[in-house]
Design a protein around this ligand. Sequence first.
Ligand code: G6P
Length: 603
Amino acid sequence: MCGIIGYVGPRRAEELLLSGLSRLEYRGYDSAGIAVLTSHGLFLLRRVGKLENLRQAVLESGVSGNLGIGHTRWATHGLPTEENAHPHLDCTGKIALVHNGIIENHRALREKLLKNGHIFRSQTDTETLVHLVEENYDGDLVEAVRKALAEARGAYAIAVIHADHPQEIVAAREGSPLVAGILPQEGFLASDVPALLPYTRTLHFLEDGEVVRLAPGKLEIWDRRGIRKGPNFRTVPWDPLSAEKMGYRHFMEKEIHEQPRAVADTLRSELATPWEEGLGKLDLSEIDHVYLVACGTSYHAALVAEYLWEPLLGLPVAAEIASEFRYKGPAVGRSTLVVAVSQSGETIDTLMAVRGAKERGAKVIGVVNIVGSALARESHAVLYTRAGLEIGVAATKTFTAQIAALALLGLWLARSRGVLSENDLQELKEELSQAPRLVERALELGPAIEALAQKLYSFPNFLYLGRGILYPLALEGALKLKEISYIHAEGYAAGEMKHGPIALVHEGMPVVVLYSQEELPDKVLSNIQEVKARRGILVVFADDAPPELRELGDHLVLLPKASRRLLPFTFTPALQLLAYHIARLRGTDVDQPRNLAKTVTVE
Ligand code: G6P
């Protein structure tokens, strides 16, 4: 959730830290801080609120140095106050530490440290770590960090600097992401790739249990047992411009418009080398059921896959919310295929669900956007979405790219189970290759949807209805609206409306109905009638407009026609645009909605 940045080298560390934090702000944004080593020792500066407040303070302070760490926070333990913002200092003021994650045994550690005379200045779990490093420090910072972490339980990514070590940052990972890069005279560290894109694209993704020492031009790594290992540098295929808005008002708007490319790239690369990273070698002969596990928007993509795959594979297929799946005692064993879907590849619940399933002998395929992420490493095989960097907290292009990847994966699974002929495979691939063009055509409706948003943006509640494959899209449409506009919105299976939500319908309630000739049109038409009879405001997204629909719909958005399997590629961009324009008109912080974080690394 929080974002970490670190720098050592000849540039002005404070400037680089601020610029890195601005690219990590999507990870958390209730407070931020930096610690920079100056000729007078460590200089600490923290501010509550957006990064801009910290930037002002840094400017006013005139601080400058060549070693520093920074942090943007998403509060877990302790209110978003200046005392609770990171970095935290030890009692001597010589050690500074930033942390992303949760230290589960922080209470016991705090008690022990208090007894030993340490003075705490915050309510955070993190502060225990910096005092632990202090306790264990004996001239060797790496050793002190390793000993401190041996006492800590939980998930973390940390970075530590010491005033007596002006040329090094020590960092460690257990459950929360960290990447490190070097140039001849410099060392860089961050929670995520975007922060480092302007400097280097060649990065080492830390593995769980690793402790690293970063110095100018040098990266040393120790594994969990304290054994030295070499870096495993990977080059990320993103150019630095992907972290710029390029004339759009928000990253979300830009990313919505990047979808034709994201879907095309995903399909193209997977169609060309479809079974990379072990997929072709995976023995799935024993598989008799499939679970798709994911969180948030990725869960909705998984649900789309459930609708695509079950009829195709002739196997039970179920999409599951990862945080529920983990604890419900799922029937998982050697005959289970688990497909984990995650943009970041670092979502803790998805990762833990995968670990649990692997322990019970399940086969795991990851569908991931971030190369080298934990989920990519821990899955038996990986299928990458090629959406590029997504900065808006609300997922858009990664969602449609996930659906493209999952559609392909379904074809491959069907083929490898022998339930799809070569001819049918070619036909379905051909059909799928139309997806980017369909997204493009749906995006052409932008001005009409913007005009519709003008009419709707002041309503406080929305209901979204869909059936079949349009049901997960209704859920996703409602999620987009609520997360960026703060309007209460519910997605529902249209057939379930009579079992509760219909009680909400009245003349002040917009009901967004997804209607397609390809998915139970008559039944949806009946649901539309039911809404109309209760004077709900009907907002229909449809790929066809029979006369009865024209008569009933208060507002109608006519989408390009597509086959059933391709409906996600027309309905999704249209619903994203509706949410985007409503949020924009309401003046919310579209790219960084309150309380949300892009990558959720705590349970
Ligand atoms: C957070 C993000 C969502 C995302 C979800 C799952 O809630 O704000 O946009 O869908 O996490 O993330 P993942 O990286 O696993 O897809």
